[in-house]
Design a protein around this ligand. Structure first.
Ligand code: CP3
Length: 371
């Protein structure tokens, strides 16, 4: 069934220009549920260790140095666009650097991932956290967005800015690094409710400001990553202790005036609650079939996803049916952005990424011509 909004607009595929005020890029059109000449495709973590170009730069520069040097961050952002022709570029950064401006000492330790030297342990630590504006603390990323959006404008490839959701950031701030059980985070959340509220409120303030600043710098879309709330929490804790803050964040970011993707990993048990927090587009993780997830989300809301990133480790005969499953689940509806259902893994063969992009393009162009 065609989307109601789709009936009133011209298809650029038919040769006519997009009506005034409508975006022309396939990615931004899909984010608004508008018809596209083919399904747009980009991949979470599309810039990174699976690419030899990235590894070569990373040999010579630290992670934070790459992020904070606008020319280097811009170069890494563009690497996968040049190599594979993705339909959107996500600015090269990470969700954790904004914590540095708040007073946390972050480092990326080779082979171990992120590490915070002074994690939050007591309620008082929360009161020591600052909430400085992104213009002061994240200039490198804002400048990288300016550079990349200027570079990609002639190709009509939009730049995506991003930030972490408050629970995911709080978990790093409290655990000091990766965790399997979120024991410290949950103990703090449940034993210090007032400090939890202050911490989440500060994180919402900083992330909302950062996201809006990225849009002002030229990001044409924004994505919020809530990687760990769904892994860590049952429904009632999510609804009580996370949902109000995510809702506030999405509400505050509406003033940016660009589409916002809500990517909440592992929330299949309470997808409707995560969707209700907000976001124009719902990022679907790899655990539910897309057809099921989209029906639960509602077909009036655009979706992004949701290939299991480990499928990219399989040979083509194993990978192709998994791509088909996602495209079949989307059933040619407007408002689907093809993506992985969590970040691309470092061991992913470059050739698999290349083939994936070509295949999604080819299959979805053909099916619309035949329609
Ligand atoms: O998508 C992109 O290409 C943009 C860049 C990006 C990175 N991290 C670069 C990165 C984005 C969007 C992120 C998001 C991020 N970072 C999330 C949310 C998404 C998710 O995967 O759930 C989270 C939880 C983090 C925190 C983080 N950063 C971890 C746990 C690690 C170490 C393990 C890992 O997955 O790499 C990082 C480091 C990191 N962030 C690297 C890159 C390219 C590797 C750094 C290196 O070269 O050593």
């Amino acid at each position: 069934m065609a989307e109601p909004r789709a009936l009133t607009v011209a298809q650029p595929a038919s040769g006519g220009p997009a009506p005034q005020g409508e975006p022309t890029s396939v990615f931004l059109r899909a984010c608004r549920g508008l018809p596209t000449e083919r399904t747009p495709v980009w991949l979470m973590r599309q810039a990174g260790r699976y690419m030899p170009e990235y590894r070569a730069l990373r040999e010579r520069h630290g992670m934070l140095e790459l992020i904070r040097t606008p020319e280097l961050a811009a170069e890494v952002t563009l690497q996968p666009i040049e190599a594979f022709g993705f339909d959107a570029a996500i600015v090269f950064s990470d969700i954790l650097p904004p914590l540095v401006g708040m007073g946390l000492e972050l480092d990326f330790v080779r082979g171990e991932g992120p590490h915070i030297a002074n994690p939050i342990g007591r309620p008082y630590d929360v009161d020591l956290l600052g909430t400085p504006p992104a213009e002061e603390t994240m200039q490198g990323t804002l400048e990288a967005i300016r550079i990349v959006s200027r570079e990609l404008a002639p190709r009509d490839v939009p730049v995506i800015g991003f930030a972490g959701a408050p629970f995911t950031l709080a978990s790093y701030a409290i655990e000091g690094g990766a965790t399997k059980d979120f024991a410290r985070t949950k103990a703090f959340m449940l034993s210090e409710p007032a400090a939890w509220q202050r911490l989440m409120t500060k994180l919402v303030t900083v992330q909302a400001d950062y996201l809006v600043a990225q849009a002002e710098a030229g990001a044409a879309a924004l994505q919020v990553f809530d990687s760990w709330a769904g892994r860590a929490l049952g429904r009632s804790d999510y609804v009580r202790l996370v949902k109000p803050y995510n809702t506030r964040l999405f509400e505050a970011v509406r003033r940016a005036g660009v589409p916002v993707v809500n990517f909440s990993l592992g929330v299949g048990a309470y997808l409707e609650e995560a969707v209700a927090c907000g976001g124009d587009v719902i990022g679907v993780d790899w655990q539910l079939p897309l057809v099921t997830a989209w029906a639960r989300i509602g077909h009036d809301r655009p979706v992004q996803g949701n290939l299991d990133p480990t499928a990219l480790l399989a040979p083509w005969r194993g990978l192709r049916p998994r791509i088909d499953e996602v495209l079949d689940g989307a059933a040619g509806r407007s408002g689907h952005v093809f993506n992985v259902g969590h970040g691309v893994l470092p061991s992913t063969p470059v050739e698999s990424v290349r083939r994936l992009v070509e295949y999604v393009r080819e299959r979805t162009s053909r099916s619309q011509e035949g329609a």
